[in-house]
Design a protein around this ligand. Sequence first.
Ligand code: SF4
Length: 301
Amino acid sequence: MKNSLNSLSEQELSALISKAQGLFESGLCCPLECGGSFPRPCGAVESGIKAASFSVHEGEEPPVSGWNGAGNIFFSGCSAKCVFCQNWPISHENNGRVYSIEEFGENVVKLLKKKVHNINLVTSDHYLARILESFRNIRNELTVPVVYNCNGAHTKELFEIILEISDIFLFDVKYADDVPSIEFSNIKEYVRYNTACLDRLLERNIPWVENDLGILQKGLIIRHLVLPGYVENSVKVIEKLKKYKDNGLNFKLSLMSQYFPAYKAHDHPSINRKLTKEEYSQVTSLVEKYDIDGWIQDLEE
Ligand code: SF4
């Protein structure tokens, strides 16, 4: 099966690159809509691609990591700036190094030589145009699925491009309520942006496709991290996903309990602790009641 990238003609790919470039130049690639001047609040640099690592990752969901691992690329900077981010040196402090388009492609090819099952773009909205430029140069080698691993809040225009180039989505539904989103993730209308993306995913309804060895080739995995003190938000998220399930959305849920108070979470007393068993079980029991398929992380993990 061809990946989405290789299903595009040269002209189609070039048109997507120009569109993504236009959105970046005008600062319309994320809900912050920064307007395009530098420095950018997400940390995007003026030229090249700033990335923190190219690595084989074994910790994604089982059909994504498989036995050889996912080919993760962690981009420096992020639009969401979650105060509790466990990757804060990369997302907030913008650690990493700048690669030219060619160097970036060379590093992707090195990762592919390690036989990774996919290329997993972690928080890449701000570099999408340049990533696609680089992918254009290595298209013949990049035959594995492209995973879009994101915070779940995208502008409509950028999401249309993402839909064309991605095979697998690791798509966050962090909040069903804008109050914690504003307080913890610096996005004013997370729910509106996130819902619009979910609606497009429902329209597109990506089939769940694994190869003969159980490695995911296409599909949507929705991730939700349960926050301490915000069970009500998680309950609303699960209720919302149940509606999408009833409307026919193909997805698996990855429910995560791994929260711990990292970075600036210490300045927010309501989330300055770990999740309790009682809190988590309220959410897991709802997932089980609604028979939503996927993975439930153990609280002890
Ligand atoms: S992703 Fe970065 S460059 Fe794009 S609009 Fe958001 S803050 Fe601006």
